[in-house]
Ligand binder design. Structure first.
Ligand SMILES: Cc1ncc(COP(=O)(O)O)c(C=O)c1O
Length: 424
């Protein structure tokens, strides 16, 4: 454990020693009054890699000069464009290349996954999820249960933290799974809860879900590009995530999907199908009768969205160069430094002005800290914004900050903690 000090020189020294320090200059950092803002919002929208423009330009040029021929003779032929993602995305989430595909957007993919993996029966029809899942997930659960003819009130179980607590303990999650073991069709949680920043024990939850006879999936919106993931070995049935948070692929960017290899060749699994998921060798014979491609690719519906995918490619190339283990190691230091500074400032002032609701143990969190001010939270947040901090506010009372290892510095974190202290 690093012994942190609460001063700017110490933060600058950590920046000098940072083996990822060159990566910040690969990104556009927004400015305020001519100075870089303190951008702590990569858990909402990651910053733009400077290379994105050239990646998109390449595709625009091919479209301009080749028209439809770009599908075959483009720099990166569009016909097989999605295949370029199999290797880098598999490294990102700990999967086999055939287990991942990039397509659509997150909520769409969660629905597509539930069409396949939420298969309720009269006795086993419930979905178990985390306390206060992201609203889009809630609406997806609600509409899926209704679609199958069930009452969402009865079919959705939300895990509740203990009275006065924010965090769900793994043993309590497992106990709840066991309690409902005869009625669970699906366990579907976030990898990291968007509000508290708690990272769940994906492996333990998956195991418990399977032992209860349910299928288990994860919404990894806040986990992909943030946590070290090992989806294949953890035996997760499916997962989906978006590309625009930690993965820096632009607003509304494409989403990733994981389907475990054990389901790769199961044409019997119900799914909503489209031509791009059709067996590649015979896709263009245009025959009736859907024949899925092997693996996650078989869930594709439409031909690839080349322009947003080009932005995704630019970002994934950076991830591949940096490597998730190195990124995660820095992320843990950055977040721990931020936590230390906030607590140290409070101690010096002798006032419990803030409560950090994100778990303290690095294994139970990623890059985010969720901070609740004892009073005037929204005013404090607005003051921070005026002073050049971009973080985010989530109703009813949380300031979320995410120091991202690719482009945030230890100095950013030190400056933010000071501004937070001054804002009380
Ligand atoms: C946890 C989580 N799930 C789902 C979504 C919805 O994503 P999309 O709008 O890409 O469908 C978000 C968006 O921020 C999210 O944070």
């Amino acid at each position: 454990m690093t012994e942190y000090k609460n001063d700017l020189d110490f933060a600058s020294e950590l920046d000098k020693q940072d083996e990822l320090k060159e990566y910040r200059q690969l990104f556009h950092i927004p400015k305020m009054d001519g100075k870089d803002v303190i951008y702590l919002c990569g858990n909402s929208l990651g910053l733009q890699p400077k290379s994105v423009r050239a990646y998109i330009e390449t595709e625009l040029k091919d479209w301009e000069t080749l028209g439809v021929e770009g599908h075959f003779h483009g720099t990166n032929p569009w016909l097989s464009y999605h295949k370029m993602f199999a290797e880098p995305v598999s490294r990102l989430v700990g999967a086999k290349p055939a287990e991942v595909v990039v397509m659509n957007t997150l909520t769409t993919n969660l629905h597509l996954m539930m069409v396949s993996f939420y298969r309720p029966t009269q006795t086993r029809f419930k979905i178990l999820t985390e306390f206060s899942p992201f609203p889009s997930d809630s609406y997806a659960f609600e509409s899926q249960t209704k679609f199958h003819g069930y009452d969402p009130e009865k079919a959705i179980i939300e895990l509740r933290p203990k009275e006065g607590e924010y965090i769900l303990r793994t043993e309590d999650i497992i106990a709840e799974i066991n309690k409902h073991q005869d009625e669970l069709a699906l366990v579907l949680l976030g990898g990291v809860n968007y509000y508290t920043g708690q990272a769940f024990d994906i492996e333990a939850i998956t195991k418990a879900g399977h032992e209860a006879g349910a299928l288990v999936g994860f919404d990894l919106a806040h986990a992909a590009g943030n946590l070290l993931l090992n989806l294949h070995d953890w035996n997760v049935d499916f997962a989906a995530w978006c590309g625009y948070k930690y993965l820096n692929s632009g607003p509304g960017g494409v989403s990733g999907v994981f389907v475990h290899e054990k389901w790769a060749n199961s044409p019997s699994i119900p799914r909503f199908a489209g031509w791009w998921g059709y067996d590649e060798a015979t896709r263009f014979q245009m025959k009736k009768g859907f024949k899925p491609a092997y693996g996650a690719e078989g869930w594709q519906l439409s031909n690839a969205q080349i322009l947003p995918m080009a932005a995704h490619k630019a970002s994934l190339d950076i991830f591949d160069k940096a490597g998730m283990p190195t990124l995660n190691a820095k992320s843990q230091l950055l977040t721990a430094f931020l936590e230390f500074l906030i607590k140290d400032n409070m101690q010096k002032r002798g006032e419990e002005s803030y409560n950090i609701i994100t778990p303290s143990d690095p294994k139970d969190r990623g890059a985010q800290l969720s901070i609740i001010a004892a009073k005037n939270g929204k005013e404090i947040f607005n003051k921070l914004t005026k002073r050049g901090v971009i973080a985010d506010w989530r109703e009813p009372d949380v300031i979320r900050v995410a120091p991202v290892p690719l482009y945030n510095t230890f100095t950013d974190v030190w400056r933010f903690a000071k501004l937070l202290d001054e804002a009380v």
